[in-house]
Ligand binder design. Structure first.
Ligand code: ATP
Length: 367
């Protein structure tokens, strides 16, 4: 049992920067938990605090029921992989991977087998006799991953461990890590600034901003119902449409059109209130004919996304983006209508950016 319980955790650096600003989080035993957020939001500091590499300024950290707040890193039974993967330069890849097992007094034969098996999974099989200096950056990073994985700790802490890999290896390593984590059931905290990586890999994720957590949920919850415009703008490979709008009784006036006010927001807004209307491009359809509750505009830009394209409609000074299936791209300069699936529309408060009706509306995933 190795859940991680953070209570009122604070890390303040000299000079007054509160990199971690009073966090309460429970990461469940065996969970793959991603910490996501823009540069400087405190992800690395939080991870280093769990590892014991930072002395926290307040609050507590428990791992598997044991208070480790004041324990040295070596006493916490964790394995870390950081962006700068400190491999031992004088040892071969094989010995680097096997080193933590040697410390744990695992027998020579078993050490060798584990090192080989893990190296194979990370496409390092042919490089076992090399030293770190003879590896590329990506290979070094994989060797560091293999070293952490082979020793089977209670908790894995990963800080952007895939950032140096090229696109193909990154996908391979992602699948390998996810499968391995599931097989071993090791509680894992994974820092990334890549929302696609967090969505793809985690059981649950936390989105951080300025030392605080803005939302915690499953990838589906966070993707479908971002708790604020900040989270909405951060999650998704195409940016969510966030359009200034005004409540007009039971409709929303947005980009010159009246669209139905989502059911979940109805009881929480007043007539005339200024809000933000939000819909993902993937949850909108494009029509070349006038459509009910459609936002009309001129096709300004088409971006190829592989399968399908992203169409930018110009509505005065506003841009509305909508995805279209492959082969159905409209001509540039033509008129078109973007229509959102009503159950996918969200409304945010203009003043604080918070989701309207979030307290009552169930996540779509549970509906
Ligand atoms: P990145 O994605 O760029 O690595 P991050 O989200 O991991 O960013 P942190 O490295 O945790 O962010 O930094 C959080 C805040 O703490 C930043 O404002 C940073 O400037 C500050 N900070 C980090 N380390 C120190 C330090 N040793 N002394 C003072 N301030 C620090």
């Amino acid at each position: 049992m190795a859940d991680i319980v953070l209570e009122q955790l604070v890390k303040e650096y000299p000079g007054g920067v509160r990199a971690v600003d009073g966090l309460d989080v429970t990461i469940e035993d065996g969970e793959f938990f991603a910490l996501l957020g823009p540069s400087g939001c405190g992800k690395t500091t939080l991870l280093r605090s769990i590892a014991g590499l930072e002395t926290v300024s307040g609050g507590s950290i428990r791992i598997g029921g044991r208070d480790v707040t004041r324990l040295a890193p070596g006493a916490r039974d964790i394995a870390m992989v950081f962006q700068d993967y400190a491999l031992f330069p004088h040892m071969t890849v094989r010995d680097n991977i096997a080193y933590p097992l040697k410390i744990k007094k695992v027998g020579k034969q078993e050490r060798a087998e584990k090192a080989e098996e893990t190296a194979e999974g990370l496409s390092l099989g042919g490089l076992l006799e090399r030293r770190p200096g003879q590896l590329s950056g990506g290979q070094q990073q994989r060797a560091a991953l293999a070293r952490a994985v082979a020793c089977h700790p209670q908790v894995f802490l990963f800080d952007e461990p895939l950032s140096n890999l090229d696109a193909r290896l990154r996908l391979e390593a992602r699948t390998f890590l996810k499968r391995l984590q599931r097989d071993l059931g090791v509680t894992t905290v994974f820092v990334t600034h890549d929302q696609a990586e967090a969505l793809a890999m985690s059981d649950r994720m936390a989105v951080m901003e300025a030392g605080r957590i803005r939302q915690i949920g499953t990838p589906r919850e966070v993707f479908q119902r971002p708790a604020s415009t900040f989270v909405a703008g951060f999650i998704g490979s195409t940016p969510m449409n966030l359009l200034d709008a005004t409540i007009d009784r039971d409709t929303v006036r947005v980009a010159g059109t009246s669209v139905p006010l989502p059911e979940s927001a109805r009881a929480h807004v007043r007539d005339g209130e200024e809000v933000v209307y939000a819909a993902r491009p993937e949850y909108m359809t494009f029509s070349t004919e006038a459509a009910d509750a459609g936002i009309e505009g001129t096709v300004a830009i088409i971006e190829n996304m592989g399968v399908g394209s992203l169409v930018s409609l110009e509505v005065g000074a506003t841009i509305v983006q909508v995805t279209v299936p492959e082969g159905q791209e409209p001509p540039i300069g033509s008129r078109g209508w973007a229509v959102a699936a009503p159950q996918r529309v969200l409304v945010y408060r203009r003043d604080d950016g918070e989701l309207v009706g979030s307290e009552r509306a169930p996540a779509l995933a549970e509906a």
